[in-house]
Design a protein around this ligand. Structure first.
Ligand SMILES: [Zn+2]
Length: 275
């Protein structure tokens, strides 16, 4: 790549850094083309900015989705991290019941360390069901926490729970916004959906959004370190991977530490009034 082109690329990436910022245009619930309008949507401006991650396992929620949530909280948002399972079968040496309790305790502590709320559904690890019950359960959390932004798994994963989570969230967002679907809580339209940069979901993952996470890097890493598998105890060195990845993404984004996200195709549509 010629230097001028490389500089232009870096300049463009740098300009896109901080897409979750509260500055600029306020998020509006009708941001996602093709989504049904919810009763609380339209042009209403959100005074409080909410972000929610929905992950198959607590490790994904914090290691791959935690930095965007921590950044949004740092910017004044309310943040919640929902895990569909406890990831209780992730240890080769600790029985699932005990490991699940450890994972749950770690997620609660880690959430408090970044000022977020940890929530759980208790589907069996490895058997997260892709069914209507799970979609409505997530729909109810969306209606409860009213996120402007949702972060979840990308579908290009070797892990069946991650692929199920991707599809569950798509449909849960759809159900949450439909006024005609009566649940305990009123409808809510999510403004934006992003997919996380997860080592297990790398097939076809193409980042289009860079977030400068420098101000929250240390607290986020400290929160991740609460988990019993963070330092490679279960065979993968999450600390080295996600710590190094933040440095590498920061090089491209022209900041110290960064994470990337991927948008759904319909969210990448741009409306220009002038060229
Ligand atoms: Zn996982």
């Amino acid at each position: 790549m010629p230097d001028s082109t490389r500089r232009s690329f870096l300049k463009e990436v740098s300009a896109a850094v901080g897409a979750l910022s509260l500055g600029g245009e306020p998020l509006q619930a009708s941001t996602m083309p093709g989504r049904p309008p919810g009763a609380a949507s339209g042009t209403e401006k959100h005074k409080v900015f909410n972000i929610m991650s929905v992950a198959a396992h607590p490790g994904d929620a914090f290691f791959a989705m935690g930095a965007p949530v921590a950044l949004a909280i740092h910017q004044g948002a309310k943040g919640s991290l929902l895990s569909l399972s406890l990831g209780e079968r992730g240890s080769a040496t600790i029985p699932p019941e005990r490991y699940g309790a450890m994972q749950r305790a770690a997620a609660k502590k880690a959430a408090s360390m970044i000022g977020a709320t940890a929530e759980f559904l208790h589907y069996p690890d490895g058997e997260v069901p892709l069914n209507e019950e799970a979609k409505f359960a997530v729909c109810d959390f969306i209606r409860q926490y009213k996120p402007d932004i949702v972060v979840t798994h990308w579908k290009g994963s070797w892990h069946k729970d991650h692929r199920a989570c991707y599809q569950i969230v798509q449909d849960a967002i759809f159900y949450a916004a439909l006024p005609a679907i009566a649940r305990k809580l009123p409808p809510h339209s999510v403004g934006k959906l992003f997919f996380d940069d997860n080592w297990e979901d790398a097939t076809g993952f193409v980042p289009d959004t860079y977030l400068d996470i420098t101000p929250v890097f240390e607290p986020w890493m400290n929160a991740c370190a609460v988990f019993p598998m963070w330092r490679g105890e279960n065979g993968f060195r999450y600390d080295d991977y996600y710590g190094s990845l933040a440095v590498a993404r920061g090089c491209v984004a022209n900041c110290e530490k960064a994470v990337t996200l991927m948008s759904p195709p319909e969210q990448q549509v741009r409306h220009l009034h002038v060229l």
